[in-house]
Write a protein that binds this ligand. Structure first.
Ligand code: ADP
Length: 538
């Protein structure tokens, strides 16, 4: 429509017809707009100073485009050209300023543009030492350093004093390394990777570490020709490196790099050194946290050992004292009247206490082996019904009534000795924790390839808060006192290991203190995968 409206007289001053001028102007205008859009898009993929510099260039291109566009009214209406050229001059100046800011960024602007990223990084810094591991911290530091300097890449090499090397560890998606070569770059894409080298072999970053001074290099390939191929492969032409040092501890080196020099200025060295110092504080804090965790773990192990010793000494003392007293009594009687018939009741008491002692010692031995594989041994088909009846018959007394509720046979492929130990522990607990007597019911059933065993009593019960704890070592219910109920709190821990190593599950339910307890055991009928195949094909 514009083209049609052009009056022929308007083009008199030009050799070209009016419509051609308009087309030409539009062509250049579109070209400038295209350049501006490209810079805006490229800016979206970078950050910090670089992004802002690209945005400034985009603004400059757009201003130039407008200046070009203004030549249309200037050409078509020469009488208003003074007005248009004044506006054009304004846009020209704006374009100049924008290009200056973008291509030759003055230091004050660079600092102002770096500030938000730097602030964001320093704001996050306090939380960095709590990341799950040092690799994650290093990764965050690298990202922060790249963002704050506006460089595409940053990487940290950590000093390993034992080996005397700098370790640059990289993940596939993280910045490439100043020292990576082609094949290493491919490996990097595949996942975690580590580059190790003596500081002397690690080019400019290594030099910064050795001299403990920040270094700025505009053209790394020229400065350090020995490693030129590596710099080229990783796009590291301009490079800033600063030592990461806390006090007299040399922790590593931070390298920030870019494919082209103008991205950095000499005064960025100060910024990179500041980031490296921040990194040193963060890495030191992390080391302190790790050390604290190690100390805590050591203390925990010591506490567990102390618990173990005091619990062991405590429970072994009771039967031992009885044994000693009873033996001395028998001895005195034998000395006093050697011709008297032996004191059978006394001897029986000796046997009972000796057996109890034996069981406790076995329990102590088991608990140290229980968490290892091989605690549950060879498995063979066994029928649990006669086993349950035998154990119940042994623990039944005038006080307690034990009953077994089971089908004629419940056969599973299990370690017979360990399963007997499981039955004994559960039935013994049911009797022990029903001090006023009562019933204990053992129920067995087989369902859908699983054996279900429950041991129910109507004794002292378990408080809800204790339910999740009693399977841990040395844990006893709050309603259990040592004088009334002897025990170490190890039996259920062993039971759970036995059941779980058979591929089963052990749990407990209780209505609460004083209302009895039920222990539920699930065991697979066949626990051996090879045997399972045999049964299925049979
Ligand atoms: P111990 O009986 O030697 O204390 P266990 O590991 O067998 O060790 O049991 C841990 C704790 O679980 C017991 O101290 C007790 O508080 C609780 N407990 C176990 N069985 C029962 C039960 N049948 N009734 C009530 N509490 C039980």
């Amino acid at each position: 429509a514009i083209v049609v409206a052009v009056p022929p007289t308007a083009t008199t001053s030009s050799k070209l017809p009016g419509w051609a001028v308009v087309l030409l102007v539009l062509y250049f205008f579109v070209l400038e707009v295209y350049a501006a859009v490209s810079f805006v898009q490229a800016a979206r993929y970078s950050g910090g100073v670089t992004r802002r510099r690209m945005q400034a260039v985009a603004v400059g291109s757009l201003c130039i485009g407008i200046v070009i566009l203004l030549s249309i009214p200037e050409t078509l209406a020469p009488e208003t050209s003074g007005f248009w050229s004044a506006i054009g001059l304004g846009f020209s100046l704006a374009a100049g300023a924008a290009f200056f800011a973008g291509f030759a960024t003055p230091a004050f602007l660079r600092r102002a543009w770096q500030e938000p990223e730097l602030r964001a990084f320093l704001g996050r810094a306090a939380s960095l030492p709590r990341l799950p591991n040092t690799t994650a911290i290093v990764r965050e530091l690298e990202r922060g350093a790249a963002a704050a300097t506006g460089a595409p890449n940053a990487s940290i090499g950590l000093w390993s004093p034992d080996e005397g090397v700098l370790r640059f560890s990289v993940l596939g998606s993280s910045p490439r390394l100043s020292v990576a070569n082609g094949s290493e770059a491919e490996e990097l894409a595949a996942g975690a990777h580590e580059l190790v080298g003596r500081p002397g072999d690690q080019g400019i970053a290594g030099r910064s570490f050795l001299t403990q001074r920040p270094i700025f290099v505009g053209n790394a390939m020229r400065e350090d020709p020995v490693n030129a191929a590596r710099y080229q492969a990783s796009g590291a032409s301009a490079l800033l490196a600063a030592p990461i040092t806390a006090g007299d501890k040399h922790l590593g080196v931070l390298a920030v790099y870019a494919p082209r020099a103008p991205i950095f200025a000499e005064d960025d060295l100060v910024l990179v050194q500041l980031l490296a110092d921040q990194a040193a504080v963060i890495l030191e804090s992390r080391a302190l946290i790790d050390e604290a965790a190690r100390v805590q773990a050591r203390e925990e192990a010591t506490r567990l050992k102390d618990d173990f010793l005091s619990a062991a000494a405590h429970v072994l003392k009771t039967p031992l004292t009885t044994l000693v007293a009873q033996t001395q009594l028998l001895e005195r009687r034998a000395l006093r009247s050697p011709s008297d018939p032996p004191d059978l009741a006394g001897i029986r008491r000796l046997v009972t206490e000796a057996k109890r002692l034996n069981r406790l010692v076995l329990e102590l031995l088991d608990v140290s082996r229980a968490s290892q594989t091989g605690f549950v041994g060879e498995r063979a088909p066994i029928d649990l019904v006669p086993l349950a009846r035998e154990v119940c018959a042994r623990y039944g007394d005038g006080h307690h009534h034990l009953e077994v509720d089971a089908p004629p046979a419940v056969v599973g492929e299990l370690d017979g000795d360990r399963i007997r130990q499981l039955f004994e522990n559960l039935v013994e607990n049911a009797v022990k924790y029903s001090p006023d007597g009562g019933s204990v019911r053992v129920a067995l059933a087989i369902d859908d390839g699983e054996i279900h065993l429950t041991v129910t009593d109507w004794g002292i019960g378990i408080s809800p808060g204790d339910l999740p704890l009693i399977f841990d070592r040395f844990q006893r219910g709050k309603n259990v006192d040592d004088r009334r109920f002897a025990g170490m709190g190890l039996g259920l821990y062993i039971c759970r290991q036995i059941v779980e190593q058979h591929g089963g599950h052990l749990s407990v339910s209780s209505e609460g203190v004083g209302r009895g307890s039920t222990f539920h055991v699930m065991l697979p009928v066949v626990t051996n995968p090879a045997a399972s195949g045999a049964v299925l094909s049979a």
